[in-house]
Design a protein around this ligand. Structure first.
Ligand code: CA
Length: 515
Protein backbone atom coordinates (compact mmCIF):
# COMPACT_ATOMS: atom_id res chain seq x y z
CA UNK A 1 0.00 0.00 0.00
CA UNK A 2 1.37 3.38 -0.91
CA UNK A 3 0.68 5.45 2.20
CA UNK A 4 2.17 8.52 0.59
CA UNK A 5 -0.73 8.87 -1.83
CA UNK A 6 -3.42 7.67 0.55
CA UNK A 7 -5.93 10.25 1.69
CA UNK A 8 -5.81 10.75 5.45
CA UNK A 9 -8.65 9.28 7.52
CA UNK A 10 -8.20 11.93 10.19
CA UNK A 11 -8.05 15.71 9.89
CA UNK A 12 -4.57 17.04 9.17
CA UNK A 13 -2.79 18.09 12.36
CA UNK A 14 0.33 20.12 12.89
CA UNK A 15 2.01 21.66 15.92
CA UNK A 16 3.76 25.00 15.96
CA UNK A 17 5.70 25.34 19.23
CA UNK A 18 6.13 29.11 19.47
CA UNK A 19 4.21 31.90 17.73
CA UNK A 20 7.39 33.15 16.03
CA UNK A 21 8.25 29.75 14.49
CA UNK A 22 8.20 29.48 10.69
CA UNK A 23 7.89 25.67 10.77
CA UNK A 24 5.40 23.24 12.28
CA UNK A 25 5.52 19.48 12.96
CA UNK A 26 3.13 17.07 11.23
CA UNK A 27 1.27 15.00 13.86
CA UNK A 28 -0.69 12.47 11.74
CA UNK A 29 0.80 9.02 12.25
CA UNK A 30 1.14 8.17 8.54
CA UNK A 31 2.30 11.63 7.54
CA UNK A 32 0.31 13.74 5.08
CA UNK A 33 0.29 13.62 1.27
CA UNK A 34 1.06 16.47 -1.12
CA UNK A 35 -2.01 18.62 -1.66
CA UNK A 36 -3.28 18.26 1.91
CA UNK A 37 -5.01 21.50 2.87
CA UNK A 38 -5.22 22.71 6.47
CA UNK A 39 -8.18 24.75 7.68
CA UNK A 40 -6.12 27.97 7.53
CA UNK A 41 -5.33 27.40 3.84
CA UNK A 42 -1.80 25.97 4.21
CA UNK A 43 -1.31 23.40 1.42
CA UNK A 44 1.48 20.80 1.50
CA UNK A 45 3.71 20.88 -1.59
CA UNK A 46 5.16 17.44 -0.83
CA UNK A 47 4.39 14.36 1.20
CA UNK A 48 5.53 15.19 4.76
CA UNK A 49 6.19 12.23 7.10
CA UNK A 50 5.01 12.23 10.71
CA UNK A 51 7.22 14.32 12.96
CA UNK A 52 8.74 16.21 10.05
CA UNK A 53 8.59 19.94 9.51
CA UNK A 54 6.49 21.92 7.07
CA UNK A 55 7.33 25.53 6.20
CA UNK A 56 4.63 27.93 7.40
CA UNK A 57 6.03 30.78 5.32
CA UNK A 58 8.36 31.28 2.37
CA UNK A 59 11.96 31.17 3.66
CA UNK A 60 14.51 32.64 1.27
CA UNK A 61 17.89 31.02 0.72
CA UNK A 62 20.12 31.70 3.75
CA UNK A 63 17.30 32.95 6.01
CA UNK A 64 16.62 31.58 9.47
CA UNK A 65 14.52 28.47 10.10
CA UNK A 66 12.89 28.91 13.49
CA UNK A 67 11.51 26.26 15.87
CA UNK A 68 11.08 26.63 19.66
CA UNK A 69 11.53 30.36 18.94
CA UNK A 70 15.20 29.54 18.29
CA UNK A 71 17.17 29.39 15.05
CA UNK A 72 17.71 25.71 14.17
CA UNK A 73 19.49 26.47 10.88
CA UNK A 74 19.24 28.46 7.66
CA UNK A 75 17.49 27.65 4.40
CA UNK A 76 19.57 25.89 1.74
CA UNK A 77 17.91 27.27 -1.39
CA UNK A 78 14.54 29.01 -1.40
CA UNK A 79 11.92 27.20 0.68
CA UNK A 80 8.24 27.80 -0.16
CA UNK A 81 5.34 27.81 2.27
CA UNK A 82 4.07 24.21 2.40
CA UNK A 83 7.46 22.63 1.60
CA UNK A 84 8.86 19.68 3.53
CA UNK A 85 11.88 20.80 5.57
CA UNK A 86 14.49 18.16 6.35
CA UNK A 87 18.24 17.80 6.69
CA UNK A 88 18.66 18.36 2.91
CA UNK A 89 17.40 21.95 2.92
CA UNK A 90 18.69 23.08 6.33
CA UNK A 91 22.22 24.38 6.89
CA UNK A 92 23.34 23.94 10.52
CA UNK A 93 24.91 26.94 12.24
CA UNK A 94 27.68 27.01 14.82
CA UNK A 95 27.13 26.29 18.52
CA UNK A 96 26.55 29.26 20.86
CA UNK A 97 29.93 30.84 21.78
CA UNK A 98 30.85 29.98 25.37
CA UNK A 99 32.35 33.37 26.21
CA UNK A 100 29.20 35.39 25.52
CA UNK A 101 26.68 33.63 27.74
CA UNK A 102 24.45 35.13 30.42
CA UNK A 103 25.81 33.62 33.62
CA UNK A 104 23.33 33.01 36.47
CA UNK A 105 21.40 36.12 35.42
CA UNK A 106 17.89 34.69 35.84
CA UNK A 107 17.87 31.87 38.41
CA UNK A 108 14.22 30.90 38.97
CA UNK A 109 12.97 31.52 42.52
CA UNK A 110 12.66 28.63 44.97
CA UNK A 111 9.41 26.85 44.04
CA UNK A 112 6.50 26.16 46.36
CA UNK A 113 7.26 22.92 48.29
CA UNK A 114 5.30 19.82 47.35
CA UNK A 115 4.65 17.74 50.45
CA UNK A 116 2.89 14.50 51.33
CA UNK A 117 4.35 12.22 48.65
CA UNK A 118 6.25 9.12 49.74
CA UNK A 119 7.58 5.83 48.48
CA UNK A 120 8.69 2.56 50.08
CA UNK A 121 12.46 2.29 49.92
CA UNK A 122 15.52 0.73 51.58
CA UNK A 123 17.26 3.22 53.86
CA UNK A 124 21.07 3.04 53.75
CA UNK A 125 23.58 3.93 56.49
CA UNK A 126 24.86 6.90 54.46
CA UNK A 127 21.37 8.42 54.30
CA UNK A 128 20.61 7.44 50.71
CA UNK A 129 17.62 5.25 49.87
CA UNK A 130 17.52 2.26 47.53
CA UNK A 131 14.59 1.42 45.27
CA UNK A 132 15.83 -2.18 44.99
CA UNK A 133 17.75 -4.47 47.33
CA UNK A 134 20.58 -5.76 45.18
CA UNK A 135 23.91 -7.37 45.94
CA UNK A 136 26.58 -5.99 43.60
CA UNK A 137 30.00 -7.53 43.14
CA UNK A 138 32.51 -5.03 41.79
CA UNK A 139 35.40 -6.12 39.64
CA UNK A 140 38.76 -4.38 39.32
CA UNK A 141 39.65 -5.73 35.89
CA UNK A 142 38.05 -7.32 32.82
CA UNK A 143 40.21 -10.48 33.30
CA UNK A 144 37.79 -11.79 35.95
CA UNK A 145 34.57 -11.31 33.92
CA UNK A 146 34.33 -14.86 32.59
CA UNK A 147 34.90 -16.29 36.05
CA UNK A 148 32.33 -13.97 37.55
CA UNK A 149 29.80 -14.96 34.89
CA UNK A 150 30.38 -18.60 35.87
CA UNK A 151 30.08 -17.75 39.59
CA UNK A 152 26.95 -15.66 39.02
CA UNK A 153 25.11 -18.59 37.46
CA UNK A 154 25.82 -20.66 40.57
CA UNK A 155 24.99 -17.78 42.92
CA UNK A 156 21.62 -17.29 41.23
CA UNK A 157 20.86 -21.01 41.22
CA UNK A 158 22.15 -21.98 44.67
CA UNK A 159 22.26 -18.91 46.92
CA UNK A 160 19.79 -16.26 45.80
CA UNK A 161 16.68 -18.47 46.27
CA UNK A 162 17.57 -18.77 49.99
CA UNK A 163 17.45 -15.00 50.53
CA UNK A 164 14.00 -13.90 49.50
CA UNK A 165 14.37 -10.25 50.48
CA UNK A 166 17.23 -9.76 48.04
CA UNK A 167 15.99 -8.75 44.58
CA UNK A 168 19.03 -9.77 42.57
CA UNK A 169 22.78 -10.20 42.38
CA UNK A 170 24.70 -8.26 39.74
CA UNK A 171 28.35 -8.22 38.75
CA UNK A 172 29.74 -4.84 37.75
CA UNK A 173 31.92 -5.94 34.83
CA UNK A 174 33.74 -3.56 32.50
CA UNK A 175 36.66 -3.28 30.10
CA UNK A 176 38.88 -1.22 32.45
CA UNK A 177 41.51 -2.11 35.03
CA UNK A 178 44.59 -3.12 33.04
CA UNK A 179 46.15 -2.24 29.71
CA UNK A 180 45.26 1.37 30.45
CA UNK A 181 47.21 4.53 31.28
CA UNK A 182 46.11 4.45 34.91
CA UNK A 183 47.92 7.67 35.83
CA UNK A 184 46.73 9.74 32.86
CA UNK A 185 44.84 12.80 34.12
CA UNK A 186 41.58 11.66 32.49
CA UNK A 187 41.84 8.17 34.03
CA UNK A 188 40.06 9.73 36.99
CA UNK A 189 36.82 9.44 34.98
CA UNK A 190 36.63 5.62 34.68
CA UNK A 191 38.19 5.10 38.13
CA UNK A 192 35.77 7.30 40.06
CA UNK A 193 32.92 5.88 37.98
CA UNK A 194 33.80 2.37 39.24
CA UNK A 195 34.27 3.63 42.81
CA UNK A 196 30.91 5.38 42.81
CA UNK A 197 29.01 2.68 40.89
CA UNK A 198 29.82 0.27 43.73
CA UNK A 199 28.18 2.70 46.15
CA UNK A 200 24.91 3.15 44.24
CA UNK A 201 22.03 3.39 46.76
CA UNK A 202 20.48 0.18 45.39
CA UNK A 203 23.49 -1.86 46.59
CA UNK A 204 22.96 -1.37 50.33
CA UNK A 205 26.25 0.24 51.23
CA UNK A 206 28.86 -2.50 51.45
CA UNK A 207 31.26 -3.06 48.58
CA UNK A 208 32.66 -6.44 47.48
CA UNK A 209 35.45 -6.52 44.90
CA UNK A 210 36.82 -9.45 42.92
CA UNK A 211 40.15 -8.84 41.21
CA UNK A 212 42.85 -10.82 39.48
CA UNK A 213 45.92 -9.77 41.44
CA UNK A 214 48.35 -8.21 38.96
CA UNK A 215 46.15 -5.47 37.49
CA UNK A 216 46.87 -1.76 37.61
CA UNK A 217 43.60 -0.89 39.32
CA UNK A 218 44.08 -2.58 42.69
CA UNK A 219 40.80 -3.88 44.18
CA UNK A 220 41.24 -1.78 47.34
CA UNK A 221 40.89 1.39 45.26
CA UNK A 222 37.23 0.53 44.76
CA UNK A 223 36.48 0.23 48.49
CA UNK A 224 35.11 3.22 50.38
CA UNK A 225 37.21 4.41 53.33
CA UNK A 226 36.82 2.14 56.35
CA UNK A 227 35.74 -0.97 54.40
CA UNK A 228 39.12 -2.65 54.00
CA UNK A 229 38.24 -5.95 55.76
CA UNK A 230 37.29 -9.16 53.98
CA UNK A 231 35.70 -7.33 51.09
CA UNK A 232 38.19 -8.17 48.37
CA UNK A 233 39.24 -11.38 46.70
CA UNK A 234 42.07 -11.93 44.23
CA UNK A 235 41.98 -14.92 41.91
CA UNK A 236 45.80 -15.14 42.02
CA UNK A 237 45.71 -15.58 45.81
CA UNK A 238 47.91 -18.64 46.49
CA UNK A 239 45.32 -20.00 48.90
CA UNK A 240 43.19 -20.96 45.90
CA UNK A 241 44.25 -24.28 44.41
CA UNK A 242 42.28 -24.68 41.22
CA UNK A 243 39.26 -22.96 39.73
CA UNK A 244 36.79 -24.69 42.06
CA UNK A 245 38.47 -23.16 45.09
CA UNK A 246 38.22 -19.67 43.60
CA UNK A 247 34.53 -20.13 42.91
CA UNK A 248 34.00 -21.42 46.46
CA UNK A 249 35.81 -18.34 47.79
CA UNK A 250 33.58 -16.02 45.76
CA UNK A 251 30.41 -17.91 46.79
CA UNK A 252 31.34 -17.70 50.46
CA UNK A 253 32.07 -13.94 50.31
CA UNK A 254 28.78 -13.38 48.48
CA UNK A 255 26.72 -15.48 50.88
CA UNK A 256 28.00 -13.54 53.92
CA UNK A 257 26.74 -10.36 52.27
CA UNK A 258 23.43 -11.90 51.15
CA UNK A 259 22.69 -12.71 54.81
CA UNK A 260 23.06 -9.03 55.72
CA UNK A 261 21.03 -7.69 52.78
CA UNK A 262 18.27 -10.22 53.44
CA UNK A 263 17.45 -8.51 56.76
CA UNK A 264 16.60 -5.22 55.04
CA UNK A 265 12.97 -4.09 54.80
CA UNK A 266 11.31 -1.35 52.80
CA UNK A 267 10.16 1.64 54.85
CA UNK A 268 8.11 4.71 54.00
CA UNK A 269 10.35 7.61 52.99
CA UNK A 270 9.58 11.03 51.50
CA UNK A 271 9.69 11.50 47.73
CA UNK A 272 12.66 13.76 48.50
CA UNK A 273 14.80 10.61 48.62
CA UNK A 274 14.41 9.99 44.90
CA UNK A 275 17.55 10.57 42.85
CA UNK A 276 16.27 10.47 39.29
CA UNK A 277 18.51 10.22 36.25
CA UNK A 278 16.86 11.50 33.06
CA UNK A 279 17.95 10.85 29.53
CA UNK A 280 16.56 10.28 26.06
CA UNK A 281 17.49 7.95 23.25
CA UNK A 282 16.15 7.25 19.79
CA UNK A 283 14.80 10.80 19.80
CA UNK A 284 12.42 12.19 17.21
CA UNK A 285 10.74 15.52 16.55
CA UNK A 286 8.06 14.68 19.11
CA UNK A 287 10.62 14.29 21.91
CA UNK A 288 10.63 18.04 22.40
CA UNK A 289 6.83 18.32 22.10
CA UNK A 290 5.52 15.53 24.31
CA UNK A 291 7.76 13.24 26.40
CA UNK A 292 10.54 15.70 27.27
CA UNK A 293 8.23 18.59 28.29
CA UNK A 294 6.18 16.11 30.39
CA UNK A 295 9.40 14.86 31.98
CA UNK A 296 10.41 18.50 32.52
CA UNK A 297 7.13 19.18 34.31
CA UNK A 298 7.74 16.05 36.40
CA UNK A 299 11.32 17.22 37.13
CA UNK A 300 9.84 20.45 38.51
CA UNK A 301 7.53 18.36 40.75
CA UNK A 302 10.53 16.35 41.99
CA UNK A 303 12.45 19.54 42.75
CA UNK A 304 9.43 20.91 44.65
CA UNK A 305 9.30 17.62 46.60
CA UNK A 306 12.95 18.08 47.63
CA UNK A 307 14.28 15.27 45.42
CA UNK A 308 17.37 15.21 43.24
CA UNK A 309 16.95 15.11 39.48
CA UNK A 310 19.81 14.89 37.00
CA UNK A 311 19.88 15.76 33.33
CA UNK A 312 22.91 14.99 31.20
CA UNK A 313 24.10 14.39 27.62
CA UNK A 314 26.55 17.21 26.85
CA UNK A 315 26.21 17.04 23.05
CA UNK A 316 22.44 17.46 23.47
CA UNK A 317 22.65 20.54 25.68
CA UNK A 318 25.59 22.22 23.92
CA UNK A 319 23.41 24.00 21.37
CA UNK A 320 20.94 25.08 24.04
CA UNK A 321 23.54 26.16 26.60
CA UNK A 322 22.48 29.82 26.21
CA UNK A 323 19.09 28.80 27.64
CA UNK A 324 20.70 27.01 30.63
CA UNK A 325 23.48 29.25 31.98
CA UNK A 326 21.01 32.05 32.89
CA UNK A 327 19.14 29.46 35.04
CA UNK A 328 22.22 28.51 37.08
CA UNK A 329 21.64 29.08 40.80
CA UNK A 330 25.04 30.77 41.18
CA UNK A 331 27.86 32.11 39.06
CA UNK A 332 29.93 29.06 40.13
CA UNK A 333 27.30 26.69 38.74
CA UNK A 334 27.18 28.64 35.45
CA UNK A 335 31.00 28.50 35.27
CA UNK A 336 30.88 24.75 35.85
CA UNK A 337 28.35 24.33 33.02
CA UNK A 338 30.68 26.20 30.69
CA UNK A 339 33.67 24.17 31.96
CA UNK A 340 31.92 20.91 31.01
CA UNK A 341 30.90 22.26 27.57
CA UNK A 342 34.49 23.38 26.89
CA UNK A 343 35.90 20.07 28.01
CA UNK A 344 33.58 18.23 25.62
CA UNK A 345 34.21 20.62 22.72
CA UNK A 346 37.91 19.88 23.05
CA UNK A 347 37.33 16.13 23.50
CA UNK A 348 35.36 16.05 20.24
CA UNK A 349 37.91 18.25 18.48
CA UNK A 350 40.70 15.82 19.37
CA UNK A 351 38.62 13.14 17.67
CA UNK A 352 38.22 15.29 14.56
CA UNK A 353 34.45 15.85 14.89
CA UNK A 354 32.03 18.27 16.51
CA UNK A 355 28.67 17.93 18.26
CA UNK A 356 27.03 17.38 14.85
CA UNK A 357 28.33 13.79 15.08
CA UNK A 358 25.58 13.17 17.65
CA UNK A 359 22.54 12.80 15.39
CA UNK A 360 21.63 9.33 14.12
CA UNK A 361 19.87 8.17 10.94
CA UNK A 362 16.88 7.37 13.18
CA UNK A 363 16.79 10.89 14.60
CA UNK A 364 16.65 12.27 11.04
CA UNK A 365 14.00 9.80 9.96
CA UNK A 366 12.04 10.98 13.00
CA UNK A 367 12.13 14.56 11.74
CA UNK A 368 15.15 16.01 13.56
CA UNK A 369 17.16 17.89 10.95
CA UNK A 370 20.26 18.42 13.11
CA UNK A 371 21.68 18.45 16.64
CA UNK A 372 20.47 22.02 17.27
CA UNK A 373 16.85 20.96 16.83
CA UNK A 374 17.56 17.81 18.85
CA UNK A 375 19.15 19.78 21.69
CA UNK A 376 16.30 22.29 21.95
CA UNK A 377 13.94 19.35 22.41
CA UNK A 378 16.32 17.50 24.72
CA UNK A 379 16.72 20.28 27.30
CA UNK A 380 12.94 20.42 27.78
CA UNK A 381 13.60 17.54 30.23
CA UNK A 382 15.24 19.98 32.62
CA UNK A 383 11.94 21.76 33.31
CA UNK A 384 12.08 25.30 34.69
CA UNK A 385 13.94 25.00 38.02
CA UNK A 386 17.23 26.61 38.94
CA UNK A 387 20.27 24.47 38.12
CA UNK A 388 21.78 23.81 41.54
CA UNK A 389 24.95 21.93 40.72
CA UNK A 390 27.11 20.46 37.96
CA UNK A 391 28.87 17.09 38.14
CA UNK A 392 31.85 16.07 36.05
CA UNK A 393 31.41 12.57 34.52
CA UNK A 394 31.03 9.90 37.22
CA UNK A 395 31.06 12.25 40.23
CA UNK A 396 28.70 11.44 43.06
CA UNK A 397 25.72 13.76 43.45
CA UNK A 398 25.62 15.56 46.80
CA UNK A 399 23.09 18.33 46.16
CA UNK A 400 19.32 18.22 45.93
CA UNK A 401 17.26 19.88 43.24
CA UNK A 402 18.09 20.04 39.54
CA UNK A 403 21.64 18.94 38.73
CA UNK A 404 23.48 18.80 35.42
CA UNK A 405 25.56 15.59 35.38
CA UNK A 406 27.92 15.88 32.42
CA UNK A 407 27.96 12.69 30.37
CA UNK A 408 28.11 11.66 26.74
CA UNK A 409 24.66 11.22 25.19
CA UNK A 410 25.31 7.54 24.35
CA UNK A 411 22.48 5.75 26.17
CA UNK A 412 24.54 3.08 27.97
CA UNK A 413 27.42 5.43 28.82
CA UNK A 414 25.04 8.09 30.14
CA UNK A 415 23.08 5.51 32.15
CA UNK A 416 26.27 4.06 33.64
CA UNK A 417 27.56 7.50 34.65
CA UNK A 418 24.21 8.54 36.15
CA UNK A 419 24.25 5.27 38.12
CA UNK A 420 27.70 6.18 39.41
CA UNK A 421 26.38 9.61 40.36
CA UNK A 422 23.88 7.78 42.56
CA UNK A 423 20.55 7.60 40.73
CA UNK A 424 18.01 5.24 42.25
CA UNK A 425 15.49 5.66 39.40
CA UNK A 426 16.01 6.22 35.68
CA UNK A 427 13.58 7.81 33.22
CA UNK A 428 14.19 7.38 29.52
CA UNK A 429 12.20 9.09 26.78
CA UNK A 430 12.20 7.65 23.28
CA UNK A 431 10.58 8.42 19.94
CA UNK A 432 12.05 5.74 17.69
CA UNK A 433 11.94 3.11 20.47
CA UNK A 434 14.60 1.18 22.38
CA UNK A 435 14.32 -1.80 24.74
CA UNK A 436 17.03 -0.22 26.96
CA UNK A 437 17.18 -1.31 30.59
CA UNK A 438 19.58 -1.56 33.55
CA UNK A 439 19.93 -4.51 35.91
CA UNK A 440 20.39 -2.44 39.05
CA UNK A 441 18.12 0.59 38.62
CA UNK A 442 14.54 0.58 37.27
CA UNK A 443 14.24 2.31 33.90
CA UNK A 444 10.85 3.92 33.15
CA UNK A 445 10.49 4.31 29.40
CA UNK A 446 8.27 7.07 28.05
CA UNK A 447 7.18 7.12 24.39
CA UNK A 448 6.94 10.41 22.53
CA UNK A 449 4.27 9.02 20.17
CA UNK A 450 1.16 6.90 20.70
CA UNK A 451 1.96 4.87 17.58
CA UNK A 452 5.17 3.63 19.26
CA UNK A 453 3.47 3.09 22.64
CA UNK A 454 0.82 0.92 20.95
CA UNK A 455 3.24 -1.05 18.77
CA UNK A 456 5.57 -1.60 21.75
CA UNK A 457 2.79 -1.96 24.32
CA UNK A 458 4.89 -4.48 26.31
CA UNK A 459 8.10 -2.40 26.31
CA UNK A 460 6.96 1.20 26.86
CA UNK A 461 5.85 2.17 30.38
CA UNK A 462 4.11 5.48 29.66
CA UNK A 463 2.70 7.13 26.53
CA UNK A 464 3.23 10.88 26.19
CA UNK A 465 1.74 10.85 22.67
CA UNK A 466 -1.72 12.12 23.70
CA UNK A 467 -0.07 15.52 24.31
CA UNK A 468 0.47 15.87 20.55
CA UNK A 469 -3.17 15.12 19.73
CA UNK A 470 -4.50 17.37 22.48
CA UNK A 471 -6.10 14.50 24.41
CA UNK A 472 -3.87 15.16 27.44
CA UNK A 473 -1.88 18.11 28.69
CA UNK A 474 1.83 18.20 29.50
CA UNK A 475 0.83 18.67 33.15
CA UNK A 476 -1.42 15.57 33.15
CA UNK A 477 1.27 13.31 31.70
CA UNK A 478 3.86 14.89 34.05
CA UNK A 479 1.72 13.98 37.07
CA UNK A 480 1.11 10.45 35.72
CA UNK A 481 4.88 10.02 35.42
CA UNK A 482 5.43 11.34 38.96
CA UNK A 483 2.94 8.81 40.37
CA UNK A 484 4.47 6.04 38.26
CA UNK A 485 7.91 6.91 39.66
CA UNK A 486 6.63 6.51 43.23
CA UNK A 487 5.04 3.14 42.35
CA UNK A 488 8.16 1.84 40.61
CA UNK A 489 10.48 3.13 43.36
CA UNK A 490 8.31 1.30 45.91
CA UNK A 491 8.47 -1.99 44.02
CA UNK A 492 4.66 -1.89 43.57
CA UNK A 493 5.00 -1.68 39.84
CA UNK A 494 7.57 -3.35 37.60
CA UNK A 495 8.89 -1.58 34.52
CA UNK A 496 8.72 -3.59 31.31
CA UNK A 497 12.52 -3.85 31.01
CA UNK A 498 12.59 -5.61 34.41
CA UNK A 499 9.56 -7.75 33.52
CA UNK A 500 11.45 -9.20 30.55
CA UNK A 501 14.92 -8.94 32.13
CA UNK A 502 16.25 -6.61 29.41
CA UNK A 503 19.45 -5.22 30.85
CA UNK A 504 22.18 -3.43 28.94
CA UNK A 505 25.85 -3.70 29.85
CA UNK A 506 27.44 -1.07 32.01
CA UNK A 507 29.68 0.96 29.70
CA UNK A 508 32.49 3.04 31.14
CA UNK A 509 33.50 6.40 29.70
CA UNK A 510 37.28 6.34 29.37
CA UNK A 511 38.68 9.49 27.76
CA UNK A 512 42.23 8.42 28.78
CA UNK A 513 44.64 6.38 26.65
CA UNK A 514 44.61 2.59 26.44
CA UNK A 515 48.12 1.09 26.44
CA1 CA B 1 20.96 9.19 25.37
Amino acid sequence: MNVQSKAPHEPPRRIQVAPGDNVAIIVNSLGLPAGTEFSDGLVLNHFVPQGHKVALADIADGRDIIRYNEVIGTAKGDIRRGDWINEDNVVMGTAPPLDQLEMATRPPPKPEPLTGYTFEGYRNADGTVGTKNILAVSTSVQCVSGTMEFALQRIKAELLPKYLNVDDVVVLTHAYGCGVAINAPQAIVPIRTLQNLAQNPNFGGEVLVVGLGCEKLVPERLLPAGQENNNTLRMQDEAFVGFGAMIDGIMSMVEDRLKILNKRQRETVPAAELIVGMQCGGSDAFSGLTANPALGFCADLLVRAGATVMFSEVTEVRDAIHLLTPRAATKEVADALVREMKWYDSYLEQGGVDRGANTTPGNKKGGLSNVIEKSLGSVAKSGTSAINAVLAPGEKVRQRGLVFAATPASDFVCGTLQMASGMNLHVFTTGRGTPYGLAAVPVIKVATRTELAKRWNDLIDLDAGPIATGEKTIEQVGWELFQLMLDVASGRKKVWADHWGLHNDLTLFNPAPVT
